[in-house]
Design a protein around this ligand. Structure first.
Ligand code: DQA
Length: 153
């Protein structure tokens, strides 16, 4: 069964209580349940990981690259939180690992503070979904599935 990895970065474990006016009332558990539902409905297994540590995210991307090369993993949905705006290391990990990564942001980062307008990840991403709330994760999964079906996986 093909696999999808849902990777959430720093502070996303606080969803539900963190700035609800920006991020809504849904928890990380809700996000992960939504992703499991969307992935499993399409015949995929869904693995979810959240970490506040950059290196853990990098290790997960490396493992995703190995699994993708082995034909086990369709791709990664990544909300890297604030590391999006700071991390050359995550950019390099996405490029180096080679698994397709869809960058997701719950909020519309372009309508927020200027420091959120730049992403180090976007140039390395297969696609970007921004500003659709937690539905963005489902849209990203749909994008990965369509990409794989079209043989662009
Ligand atoms: C975020 C946007 C980032 O700017 C922020 O640092 C986050 C969450 C989002 O999902 O909207 O932690 O990635």
């Amino acid at each position: 069964m093909p696999k999808l990895l849902i990777l959430n970065g720093p502070n996303l474990n606080l969803l539900g209580t963190r700035e609800p006016a920006v991020y809504g009332a849904h928890t990380l558990a809700d996000v992960e349940a939504l992703c499991r539902q969307a992935g499993e409905a399409a015949g995929c297994s869904v693995e979810c990981l959240q970490s506040n540590h950059e290196g853990v995210l990098i290790d997960a991307l490396h493992e995703a690259g190995r699994a993708h090369r082995a034909g086990e993993l369709l791709g990664v949905v990544l909300n890297a939180g604030a590391y999006t705006h700071t991390s050359v290391a995550l950019h390099d990990a996405i490029k180096g690992a080679g698994a397709p990564v869809v960058e997701v942001h719950i909020s519309n980062v372009h309508a927020r503070e200027p420091f959120r307008h730049h992403s180090y990840l976007s140039p390395a991403a297969a696609g970007i979904v921004v500003g659709f709330g937690i539905d963005g994760y489902v849209l990203a999964i749909e994008g990965l599935l369509r990409r794989a079906r079209a043989g662009r996986g």
